[in-house]
Design a binder for this molecule. Structure first.
Ligand SMILES: Cc1cc2nc3c(=O)[nH]c(=O)nc-3n(C[C@H](O)[C@H](O)[C@H](O)COP(=O)(O)OP(=O)(O)OC[C@H]3O[C@@H](n4cnc5c(N)ncnc54)[C@H](O)[C@@H]3O)c2cc1C
Length: 446
């Protein structure tokens, strides 16, 4: 059975995973969890397990946050955010998925990679050499300076530099990237990457299928000056003893949630030391003959040579072709370039990818192979304002520890930015459990 047929039949048993059961007995719970992404769902599950009265509220009309598999566009679940199961050897969601073999195919990523220089498919030894040099700097340097200042001039002048820079930056441009953040602030016990054929979002939704969530509930203010915490939402005010905030740093920095009284100076300083990074997506369904004619295997990494002549955010992208054996391919655009293109709109973003694909695979690419595409500008989503976080160079020291610190023993923080594993779904999941435990043992609960 091909992936499309398999997913269509098995989807009927999984689709409920995106629709968590909702039962809200207590209007004034002991703890309110704000946000139902990986961290919020985990915090809520942990508190339920500990017997605490808890209410998880979510702004969007769905759970999953930045880890969500969309089924509406291509008829099969396709990740629009988090996709790779990082820290695979110890990733708790991967372990869960493997236990549910009847529902999920979880596999280590050992995908082939193809590189094009214009219309030519190339071995690109130079690209890999430059990439390895940059990676070595990324994983060994602990100085808190803009990464770009650590790169020898000779490497910057190499014609593959722009392509390699995007690969090593992980949504960050090299002038806004501190390798101190990577090497000191994070510790992930797992290694390697894996994939879930049914989508990481589907896996997360099933993992947390029993967690009740109140959807379409947008928090606008947290009043914490008096007794307990009052959470002001578009659906009324909820009184609780404590709350756990799991929204992205982008939401907090944009001051979409007002704190009364304001957050302490140390917290504001930490928020000033971090920024959202940008990783927008184009998902494209292509005709099977494209994959066949180019002999493309499942989950193939795809890069094309880019030369943006030294602009700070190279104008390029990467691809993961034939996702999980389906006819859909993923294209990722990152850094400031992604944000700028996102501002131009979905059509401009899809056109950018299509034009490059035409210059690689021929001017008839669209006519011959294109079926449909969807663009996702996380940078514009008002409930994320970006994809994940990076420390601002020079401000990384002690940053994430401070972001984790509770305020007034009644406002707790979880989520990707507070996690010990770089910008990840499983890191966010662990952070939710950590914050739930902190809240549980805090004086706030009495
Ligand atoms: C394009 C992209 C690719 C990625 N790739 C990977 C990958 O391959 N592997 C990986 O591990 N990670 C990846 N990530 C990162 C990963 O998806 C995130 O780190 C993780 O999902 C974050 O979870 P979270 O719970 O911390 O935050 P979120 O998922 O952002 O959850 C927070 C929730 O809070 C809600 N919220 C916001 N404001 C309010 C409000 N005012 N009131 C109520 N609710 C609110 C939001 O709607 C959201 O649902 C990627 C992310 C993106 C965007």
């Amino acid at each position: 059975m091909d992936r499309r047929k398999f997913l269509k039949t098995s989807l009927s048993t999984l689709v409920f995973a995106n629709l968590p059961k909702i039962s809200f007995s207590q209007s004034n719970p002991d703890i309110v969890v704000i946000g139902a992404g990986s961290a919020g769902l985990s915090a809520t599950a942990e508190l339920i397990q500990k017997g605490v009265s808890v209410l998880c509220i979510e702004a969007m009309n769905r759970t999953g946050g930045r880890c969500y598999s969309d089924t509406s566009t291509f008829g099969i679940p396709i990740d629009i955010g988090g996709h790779w199961l990082h820290g695979f050897s110890e990733n708790q969601l991967a372990k869960f998925g493997k236990k549910h073999k009847d529902k999920f195919k979880i596999y280590p990523e050992n995908a082939p990679s193809i590189v094009y220089d214009g219309k030519r498919k190339v071995e690109a030894n130079e690209l890999w050499r430059i990439y390895k040099e940059l990676k070595k700097i990324r994983y060994t340097n602990r100085t808190d300076v803009p990464f770009i200042t650590l790169v020898p001039e000779k490497i910057k002048k190499n014609s593959w530099f722009d392509t390699a820079a995007k690969m090593v930056g992980d949504a960050r441009d090299l002038d806004n990237f501190s390798s101190y953040d990577d090497n000191v602030n994070w510790y992930d016990p797992g290694s390697g990457d894996g994939l879930c054929r049914e989508g990481y979002g589907t896996l997360l939704a099933y993992y947390r299928k029993d967690v009740p969530v109140k959807l379409n509930t947008i928090v606008s203010e947290i009043k914490w000056g008096g007794k307990g915490v009052q959470i002001v939402t578009n659906k009324g005010t909820i009184n609780s003893k404590a709350c756990i905030i799991t929204t992205s740093i982008g939401v907090l920095k944009a001051e979409k949630i007002k704190f009364s009284p304001p957050l302490p100076a140390r917290k504001i300083k930490a928020l000033d030391g971090i920024s959202m990074t940008y990783s927008n997506r184009v998902l494209m369904q292509l005709k099977k003959k494209f994959y066949k004619s180019k002999k493309i295997k499942n989950d193939t990494w795809f890069n094309t040579k880019c030369n943006s002549n030294g602009v700070r955010s190279p104008q390029t992208y990467y691809g993961s072709l034939k996702m999980g054996g389906s006819d859909v391919s993923l294209f990722g655009i990152s850094g400031q370039f992604a944000k700028d293109l996102g501002e131009e709109g979905d059509e401009a973003t899809i056109d950018f990818i299509l034009n490059d694909l035409k210059s690689t695979f021929g001017s008839k690419f669209y006519k011959k192979y294109f079926i449909k595409a969807k663009s996702i500008a996380w940078s514009k989503n008002p409930f994320t304002f970006g994809s994940y976080t990076g420390a601002i160079p020079g401000k990384a020291n002690n940053l994430r520890r401070e972001l984790r610190m509770p305020v007034g023993d009644k406002i707790f923080f979880a989520g990707e930015a507070t996690a010990l594993a770089f910008s990840t779904v499983h890191g966010a999941d662990r952070s939710g459990k950590r914050a739930a435990t902190e809240a549980y043992i805090s004086p706030a609960l009495g």
